[in-house]
Structure formats: structure tokens, C-alpha cells
Design a protein. Structure first.
Lengths: 546, 258
């Protein structure tokens, strides 16, 4: 990293030590966050490559670019990489790791060595997954449904399961570290109600990681045992029940949606007040909504199984609970909007991402209500409607929040400003590309196009919308590559940021940029409430451009 | 590494030199101990969920295949299982006593008690291996030529399975095939649960080997014995898992004469 231009006397985490050893054996949460940033970016582009293959195949109705088997592998590996190796660790392991100790006023996470271990475990899993990709891949869909995964698939299911087991173990360690840090490491005066909402949402996320991830771990272990040792737990020909697998799988994998979206909501809760120069509207409600989402999120999993032959009565209960989870989500959306209302809003890059998030998350959430409704779900189950719905949450929500957060905290992470004009351009390109990719898929799904089909030559009228979607995906790819380019450029040529370029509240802005190894010269003592924006001056950059 | 004092952090480094156990990012020992203990409790929470997945499967199948579960459970060796439970409870006792010895500063007792813990742990694993070997001989391991024939021989077992009430030979055959499949589910769960438990025992023995070595070097004092304490928590947890496994697997139906 180019930090040479930063004034010689400022010792920070980047220039404290040099050499590859100082990175690979670091226990500094900030350096580990950078290690995670590099590794998940790599995984993101591998997963994106498979998305590209999917979109190119669907450009024409005939199955002409890939074989059916290759297509199965492409969507399976796209899903598994993006969910387990990018989205789940994205914001927590990068931004959470970097910021939570600073936000609570601590020198590091509670268990720095376990934090480093979590990265190595992640790398072990990622390496094993890449090995699995290179040696032939896996074709079970990201869901590993039995008995296909345990009996019939001839691909590398065991390796993929093990890789995801490792990734899950790494996220357990991260979550454990966060919970202990928030409980035990807060600076004097940093009460629970003074915590930034980013910390609250990561606290909720960590609870889900701790209670959900072990269940997918044991489920995948049982799949491995069934494949290798012929244990009969999910295989009907040996007395097992495949629906049990689906229950166990979704018991984690539905809450995992909240692992992916809650940290993003935390980022939005930081961006919106900062660029509206106002306190968050209804702090307590936003904080408690995170906890409510985490709790209710554990009680809705069977809405993925309405057509799997579960009892109608349990389906009714799960349908009702799925509606219920919309309440805390809506509280957040309304509170962000109310925060902006009569605020002094500036359309900086992070704010553009935040506004995009609010709109797209609302669309994703509302279409989620369609799917929570039993009758509609049966109609659109396993169609592109579902694909569009969860991409509005996963990409329109989680990824936009991630990009917004990277931009908001880039000056803190690197000590330099990214080029604002390019940032805004990229944000707009991502928004347009995203909608062009996924909105047509709502319509396709409603017209009946099933997911996971590589050939739709019997329905050529679906082609126009698929072409739109593929075109959108290419625009989206440009929107992803742009930040990669200008953020790397800014490491060397960006303007020196200063400690608090956005004039934001929060302890992380009270230390230097980039922060010193132990974050603060002296342990801070907190005597103020969160988000006291009325007491903060306006940032220079923003004042000029307003 | 964060253990070595970083540049510009001299006052901190000096302050910490006097207290070697206190790691740099904690403000005092109390905070460090509380963090470690909360961390271990949370980890045990994840372990509960990990075993919970299998217990959930057990619950479902025990309900729908109850007769097969009852008969299969009876084929497990009750005496050996009980003996092993006693061994494990003894090991938890020695762990608790070693923590107590550390708290009272009794260094002489710590190492023998910890060695006893490791010994009991190894005895448990040895007995478990003996039981698994017997299962192998009885064709009760799902992979290796699984057969539930011997579960359908005794009159009492045939009654529980409902075989004695079927007169039609075709139906009888179908029911026997069913028993074969369903008891295989029991043994699948038996091996998954006891196997995963044994794996945790192996890890526990490994942890306690390190702890014993630390105790032998005199690392634990009444002021500082957090590693011993949280390793003890782990050991007790693994013990408690077995306390649940034993009745669930061995004691489903032990009515005399059944």
C-alpha cells in the first residue's frame, strides 16, 4: 500500500511494520480486515465470472454456449461462492472487523489471535472451494438438496461441503469475537444506547452467526457422512427423510439472509444521518429492529418449503411469521426516510448508495411479502420471480450497502479520498445496471420462466427480457470494476483525507486516518450521545459542492 | 505481532511488563477474564446448536420409527455404556478439583488431577472403540454390510416391532425390509452422535495435554488460571453431551423381560 506520502511522523497501522510476515502474522484487527478485503474481492470476481456465464447462456433461448451440466455447475458455484465466500463475510469481516473496536473505543477485538485464525480458516475454505472448482466443480445448486447431493451427483460435493464448513467456522469465530467485544470492551461512558447503529446491527448479526452457522455445519457434515459412509439420514431408500435436510438447511440459510442484510442496514444507518446532517430518527427503534429481525428471522425458515410437502398448518404459521419480519424491516426504512426529511442532504457517493439501498431493499422486501403469501408462492415458486426477489435483497441491499460502506470509510482505511466524481458515476452505473438486470426477471418469473433452466427454446418470447437482463449485467460489471480501479488509484494519487473528511460523529472519526495500531493514543471517554450532528460543523468538501 | 510492544506505545509496554498474562488490549485482568469466559460460553452455545441439529434428527426419527429405535437401543451394551458414563463423570470431577486446586494455589495437586482427567478421557475413548468394534462384528455399522436380522429374532423384539402379528408372508417380508431400513437410521444417528462426541473428546484430550503441561510449568496461580477454567468449561460441556446421549441412545426401552 502506498503510504509514503503520508507525513513521516504519523505512525499508523499501515506503516507500523513492513514485510509479508507483518501482514500474515498480524493480530491487528485493521490489518486482518484488509486481508479479508483482498480475499473476498477475489472470491467476488470468481463468483461474478459464473454469473457472467449464466447471463451469456440465457442470451439466446437455445442451450448453446454451455452444456446442461456445465450450466448446472455455473449457477451452483455462483451461488455458493457469492453466499458463503462473499456476502456472509463481506461487511462483518471487512468493515465490522475494521470499525467495531474503534466504534466502541477499544484497542482491538477481544480475541485478536482468534480473529487471525478466522481469516486462515476462511482462506482454507476458500482454497478448498477453488480446488473443487478447478477439479470439476459441483452441480447441486447452492442448496445441496438431498438425495441429489448425497446419492446421485457425481461432482465434488464433499469438497464443496467441507469448504463451506470451514467458511462457516470462520464466521462463527468472527461473530463470537464481535459479541464479546461489544459486551466487554466498550470504553468508559460508551453505554449501550450510545453505540453506533452499525455496532447494534453487527451485534444482531453475530447472534445469528453463532446460533445458525453450527446447524448448517452439522447438516453438511451429515451430507458428507451420507455420501462417504452411507449413513442413512436424509436418503429415503435407507429410511431417511430429505425434508429433514431442507428444514436443517433453511434453519441456517434463511437467517443467513439476515447475516447478509443486517450489517448493510448498519452501514446505511451510519451514512444517512451523516449526509443528512441530522440525528437518526428513532435510534432505539432502529437498534431494536435489528434485534427483532435477528430473532424473528429464526422462525420463518419453512417459507422456503411451502411446496415441499410440509403440513398446511405449519405452512400457515410460517407464512404469518414471514409477514411479521417485514415489520422491523419497515421500521428501519421509515426511520431512514424520516432522518432524511428536512435534513441537509448532500448527494455524495455513499449517500447515493444508501438511497439506492433504501429503494431497492424496499422492492426486495415487498416482493418478499408476495412470496410469504402461500397462494402466490405456489404460483411463482422456483421461478425467476424468486431469483429477482432475493437479488434485490442480496445485491440491491447487501452489495450496495457494502459499496457505500467501503466509500464512507475509505478515507479512514486508506487515509486518502477517492475521486468523488468517479464515485458518483459508478454508483449511478451500479444502480442502473442492477435494475436493468433484475427487474426484467420479476416479469420473466411471473410469466413462468423457471430458475435453473439453461434452455428455453420452447418459449422464445422470453428472449427480449433475457437480453435486457444480460445487457444490464454487463453494465453492472462496469459499475463493479470502476470502484476497483479508482480505489486502487486513490491509494497512491488520492487527496490526503484528514481525520474526519465527512465531519461524521462516531469514535472512529476521532482518531487519525489511517488509525494508529492501537486505534487511540488514549482510551477515549464518551460523554456524548450517538449522532449529535447538530453539534458538528459541515464538511468542507460538501459545503463547496452544495 | 501484537505481543511485542509496538513503536510509540512504550508506556503501555512498560505497564504490561509487570503483568505478563495481561494482553495489550485489555485494561485489567478482570476484563480479560470476563472476556475469555464469555467467549467460551458463547462457543459452547454454538456447540449446543451443532449437536442440536443431530438431536433434532434423532427426535424426528425416534417419533416416527419408535419400535425400531426401541429394539435397536436394546442391542447396545448397557453395562459398558453405564461404565463409560461413570468414567466420564469421574473425569469431570477431577477437572473441577484441578480448578479448585488452582484457585487455592495447590500446585502439587493440579498436575495429578489433570493427568487423571486425561486418563479417564482415554479410557472413555478406548471403551467407545471396543463398543464400535462390537457393532462392527454384529453388522450394525451402516456402511459395512448392515444387517438388522439379529434384532428380529427374540420374541420380545418381534412383538415390539409388530412382526408376530403379521401372518401373510409377503407383508412380513415387507415389514422386515422396513425394520432393516429404519434401524439403519438409528445406527446412522448412533454413529454420527457418538462419533462427533468422540471427536470432541479427542480435542478435549489434546487441550488438556497442553493445560497439564502449563500446570506442570506452574502457569496457574490463584490470581490467574483462566485457560484451565475455560478448558474445564469445555470438558464439562462434552461430558454433558454424553449425559444426554446415554439415555437417548441406550435407555429407550429397557423394561425387564421385554
Amino acid at each position: 500500500m502506498a503510504t509514503t506520502a503520508v507525513s513521516a511522523e504519523s505512525k499508523n497501522y499501515l506503516n507500523a511494520e513492513y514485510g509479508i510476515r507483518s501482514w500474515l502474522l498480524t493480530t491487528d484487527h485493521k490489518r486482518i480486515a484488509i486481508l479479508y478485503l483482498i480475499s473476498i474481492t477475489l472470491m467476488f470476481f470468481i463468483g461474478g465470472y459464473f454469473a457472467l456465464l449464466i447471463r451469456l447462456e440465457l442470451l439466446t433461448p437455445a442451450g448453446d454456449l454451455l452444456t446442461a451440466d456445465m450450466y448446472n455447475k455455473a449457477f451452483s458455484m455462483h451461488g455458493q461462492i457469492m453466499v458463503f465466500f462473499f456476502l456472509v463475510p463481506s461487511i462483518p469481516a471487512v468493515l465490522g472487523n475494521f470499525l467495531i473496536p474503534m466504534m466502541v473505543g477499544a484497542k482491538d477485538l477481544a480475541f485478536p489471535r482468534i480473529n487471525l485464525l478466522s481469516w486462515y480458516v476462511y482462506i482454507g475454505g476458500a482454497a478448498m472451494y477453488i480446488w473443487c472448482v478447478i477439479t470439476g466443480g459441483v452441480d447441486t445448486g447452492w442448496t445441496f438438496y438431498t438425495p441429489y447431493s448425497s446419492l446421485f451427483s457425481n461432482t465434488h460435493v464433499v469438497e464443496a461441503c467441507l469448504a463451506i464448513f470451514f467458511a462457516g467456522f470462520s464466521s462463527i469465530l468472527t461473530g463470537l469475537n464481535f459479541v464479546v467485544t461489544v459486551h466487554r470492551m466498550r470504553a468508559p461512558g460508551m453505554t449501550w444506547t450510545r453505540l453506533p447503529l452499525f455496532v447494534w446491527s453487527h451485534y444482531a448479526t453475530s447472534i445469528v452467526m453463532l446460533l445458525g452457522t453450527p446447524v448448517i455445519a452439522i447438516t453438511l457434515v451429515l451430507v458428507i457422512l451420507e455420501r462417504t459412509l452411507n449413513l442413512g439420514i436424509f436418503d429415503p431408500s435407507r429410511g431417511g427423510d430429505p425434508v429433514l435436510f431442507q428444514h436443517l438447511f433453511w434453519f441456517y440459510s434463511h437467517p443467513a439472509v439476515y447475516i447478509m442484510i443486517l450489517p448493510s442496514m448498519g452501514v446505511i444507518s451510519e451514512i444517512v444521518p451523516c449526509f443528512s446532517r441530522k440525528r437518526v430518527f428513532g435510534y432505539t427503534f432502529v437498534a431494536m429492529a435489528s434485534i427483532a429481525i435477528a430473532v424473528i428471522g429464526f422462525l420463518v425458515w419453512a417459507h422456503h418449503m411451502f411446496v415441499a410437502g410440509i403440513s398446511l398448518y405449519s405452512a400457515l404459521v410460517f407464512s404469518f411469521l414471514s409477514y411479521l419480519v417485514a415489520v422491523p424491516s419497515a421500521i428501519k426504512v421509515f426511520n431512514w426516510t424520516a432522518t432524511m426529511y428536512k435534513g441537509s442532504v448532500s448527494f455524495s457517493t455513499p449517500m447515493l448508495y444508501a438511497m439506492g439501498f433504501i429503494g431497492l431493499f424496499t422492492m426486495g422486501g415487498l416482493t418478499g411479502l408476495f412470496l410469504a403469501c402461500l397462494g402466490v408462492d405456489v404460483h411463482v415458486h422456483d421461478t425467476y420471480f424468486v431469483i429477482a426477489h432475493f437479488h434485490y435483497i442480496m445485491v440491491g441491499g447487501a452489495v450496495l450497502g457494502y459499496l457505500g460502506g467501503i466509500h464512507l470509510w475509505w478515507p479512514k482505511i486508506s487515509g486518502r479520498l477517492y475521486p468523488e466524481a468517479w464515485g458518483r458515476l459508478a454508483a449511478i452505473i451500479v444502480f442502473i445496471g442492477f435494475n436493468l438486470t433484475f427487474f426484467p426477471q420479476f416479469i420473466l418469473g411471473y410469466l413462468g420462466m423457471p430458475r435453473r433452466y439453461w434452455d428455453y427454446s420452447h418459449m422464445p418470447e422470453w428472449q427480449a427480457l433475457n437480453v435486457l437482463s444480460t445487457a444490464g449485467a454487463s453494465i453492472l460489471a462496469v459499475g463493479y470494476l470502476l470502484p476497483l480501479a479508482y480505489l486502487l488509484w486513490s491509494l497512491r494519487y488520492g487527496k490526503i483525507a484528514g481525520d474526519n473528511p465527512w465531519m461524521a460523529t462516531g469514535l472512529e472519526w476521532k482518531t487519525s486516518s489511517p488509525p494508529p495500531t492501537f486505534n487511540f493514543e488514549q482510551t477515549p471517554e464518551v460523554t456524548w450521545e450517538a449522532y449529535e450532528y447538530e453539534k458538528m460543523p459541515l464538511p468542507e468538501e460538501v459545503t463547496l459542492e452544495r | 505481532m501484537s505481543d511485542s510492544p509496538a513503536i510509540g506505545e512504550t508506556p503501555l509496554a512498560i505497564e504490561h511488563e509487570a503483568r505478563p498474562e495481561l494482553r495489550h488490549h485489555f485494561s485489567d485482568e478482570q476484563q480479560q477474564r470476563n472476556a475469555a469466559s464469555l467467549g467460551m460460553w458463547l462457543f459452547l452455545g454454538t456447540e449446543v446448536m451443532f449437536f442440536g441439529g443431530m438431536f433434532c434428527g434423532y427426535l424426528v426419527y425416534r417419533r416416527i420409527y419408535f419400535p425400531e429405535f426401541a429394539v435397536s437401543s436394546r442391542s447396545l451394551d448397557l453395562v459398558v455404556g453405564t461404565l463409560n458414563t461413570a468414567v466420564l463423570i469421574c473425569s469431570s470431577l477431577t477437572v473441577a478439583m484441578s480448578v479448585r486446586a488452582a484457585q487455592t494455589g495447590n500446585r502439587k495437586l493440579q498436575v495429578p488431577l489433570l493427568l487423571a482427567t486425561i486418563f479417564f478421557g482415554l479410557v472413555f475413548l478406548g471403551v467407545k472403540g471396543y463398543e464400535w468394534n462390537n457393532k462392527y462384528k454384529e453388522h450394525h455399522i451402516p456402511t459395512f454390510d448392515f444387517s438388522a436380522r439379529d434384532l428380529m429374532e427374540k420374541a420380545g423384539d418381534r412383538h415390539v416391532l409388530g412382526l408376530d402379528r403379521i401372518s401373510d408372508s409377503g407383508q412380513l417380508q415387507a415389514r422386515e425390509a422396513e425394520v432393516q431400513r429404519h434401524s439403519q437410521v438409528f445406527f446412522s444417528l448412533y454413529f454420527a452422535l457418538t462419533g462427533m462426541h468422540a471427536l470432541h473428546m479427542v480435542v478435549g484430550v489434546g487441550i488438556f495435554s497442553v493445560i497439564t503441561w502449563m500446570a506442570w510449568k506452574g502457569a496457574f496461580t490463584p490470581e490467574y488460571h483462566t485457560p484451565l477454567e475455560i478448558a474445564g468449561l469445555y470438558w464439562h460441556f462434552v461430558d454433558i453431551v454424553w449425559i444426554y446421549l446415554f439415555p437417548l441412545l441406550y435407555l429407550i426401552d429397557r423394561r425387564p423381560g421385554a
